[in-house]
Design a protein around this ligand. Structure first.
Ligand SMILES: O=C(O)C(=O)C[C@]1(C(=O)O)C=C[C@@H](O)C=C1
Length: 277
């Protein structure tokens, strides 16, 4: 895939034209992340965690696909923190994937004693799980890892995609979460920043005093720019201090970033993308 962007100013936003090479994704094969990665390329490499994807991109300069938010469960904190911790990794593109979750096993549904899945999928299937009894719920690194483990457990089942169920030979599948309201947003990340599109992501650390968040987002309000999402996450190296993850849509220019930068101790512009909503 070919991504192009034009924008240039003294905020280190540069022109580029890139060809997507290797893409790291949360494996093993059969994960929803793999479905998202297939949209951008075919040289796909499974790894064990989202943090490992960030690390691999830093070391190799290749690309990665990571989930950023689910419509039911909310933000993927490991991704937000990865974007904050890796200053050299940016948003290259964005895609939304409908998530259809199946309970997949090799035994009859009434004989299931253990359900494996990724914490996000467990939360997304919360309505179903709260009606089950005497079943242990086991967290795994991905829904495809869950399918792999369930295939080796005769009383085990996975919450996973139909693709993962088929890949690991889980014959009994029951749909428990429909894709009408369950969507996960994924971002393609790499070392070049995309600056085209109406949706933007910035990360800010602001002074810990009355009104500082009000002043920061007041910059958006005064320009009629809509803030779509805001989350605070711990800074980690300083206890009880936070950074803010902010998504907004509208016109982005250097002056807006500089004005927001004046209200911040630190500001990172991670990139822009087209958004269907
Ligand atoms: O486990 C997977 O299949 C993933 O790709 C991860 C992930 C997530 O982290 O949100 C992606 C989509 C689903 O919402 C559930 C799990």
């Amino acid at each position: 895939m070919h991504v192009q962007a034009k924008f240039s100013n003294n905020l280190n936003i540069f022109e580029y034209s890139i060809v997507i090479r290797k893409i790291f994704y949360l494996g093993p094969p059969g994960s929803f992340s793999q479905e998202a990665a297939e949209i951008f390329g075919s040289d796909l490499v499974p790894v064990r965690s989202i943090s490992e994807i960030f690390h691999k991109i830093s070391v190799t300069g290749d690309y990665g696909i990571v989930p950023i938010e689910n419509s039911i469960e909310g933000p993927v904190n490991e991704t937000l923190d990865g974007l904050f911790r890796h200053e050299d990794i940016y948003i290259v593109d964005h895609v939304e994937i409908p998530i259809e979750i199946f309970l997949a096993s090799n035994c009859d549904t009434e004989n299931i004693r253990r359900i494996y899945s990724h914490p996000h999928a467990i939360a997304e299937a919360g309505d179903y799980l709260e009606r089950t009894e005497n079943i242990e719920v086991i967290r795994t690194s991905s829904t495809s890892e869950a399918a792999k483990l369930a295939s080796m457990d005769e009383a085990g089942a996975a919450l996973c995609s139909m693709k993962a169920a088929q890949h690991y030979g889980l014959a009994n599948t029951v749909k428990i979460e429909s894709k009408s309201r369950n969507i996960t947003r994924f971002i393609l990340i790499g070392r070049e920043r995309n600056v085209e599109g109406s949706r933007h992501i910035i990360l800010c650390v602001i002074p810990d005093r009355p009104g500082s968040l009000h002043s920061l987002i007041g910059v958006l309000a005064s320009r009629g720019i809509n803030m779509n999402m805001i989350y605070s996450r711990p800074l980690r190296d300083t206890i009880w201090k936070y950074y803010f993850y902010i998504e907004f849509s509208g016109k982005l220019d250097e002056d807006l970033l500089l004005t927001m930068g004046k209200q911040s101790l630190r500001i990172l512009y991670k990139g822009s993308f087209k958004c269907c909503r």
